[in-house]
Design a protein around this ligand. Sequence first.
Ligand code: ADP
Ligand code: MG
Length: 228
Amino acid sequence: MNESKTAHHLVVSNLAKSFSASPEALTVLRDVSLELSAGESLAIVGPSGSGKSTLLQILGTLDRPDHGMVNINGVNPFELDESELAQFRNQHVGFVFQDHHLLPQLSVLENVLVPALASGNSSSEHQSHACELIESVGLAERQNHLPSELSGGERERVAIARSLLMRPSLILADEPTGNLDRNTADTVSELLLELQQTSGAILIAVTHSDKLADSMQYRKELLDGQLV
Ligand code: ADP
Ligand code: MG
């Protein structure tokens, strides 16, 4: 394990992002700044189309800002070359998407192990950590099942386990409970927060659920390209 990952810290300053769509450019993010430390959690709310997913994509280093800076544990990922960036993302960022993005042909265990396989050095430590995570999301009995054999809430729990496999500094969740009924959503929210607290990672979740937003430490709204 990488010792330097224990003091997780995220600094985001003055992010701006536009999309050049005809007839005119669409400015989505104008000036977004935030700072979070290990174990802290931020809920981002805001109307559809306000740029929440765009912001998460940039924080997850999947897209680049036009201006501004992202710094994760002292590293500006946008200064890395493409292969270093892919490795950095793999080591530091865990993603949980609304529609879980599980691979349908892989079992629960294999899906949770995907980030380790992607890193190119999957180890027995990853294997045992994957089993631990699957157990902690309550799916120990289901680890050889395919995603199609699971309920929506169970699939989302697999996605949460997968996001934690590499012991990320930052967990980014985009409407993690958006497709779930209320009871299932509450269970999944509690699990996400509990595992984030245990791991010490920073959690940023985009959500329409007041319940999830209220159970997180900070809450901000994305309005007119700014966090308020
Ligand atoms: P939210 O997640 O808050 O609903 P998004 O970040 O998905 O909002 O999108 C914000 C705005 O940016 C929307 O108007 C969307 O159509 C636009 N947008 C997002 N991605 C792109 C893209 N790759 N190219 C052009 N426009 C985009
Ligand atoms: Mg979105």
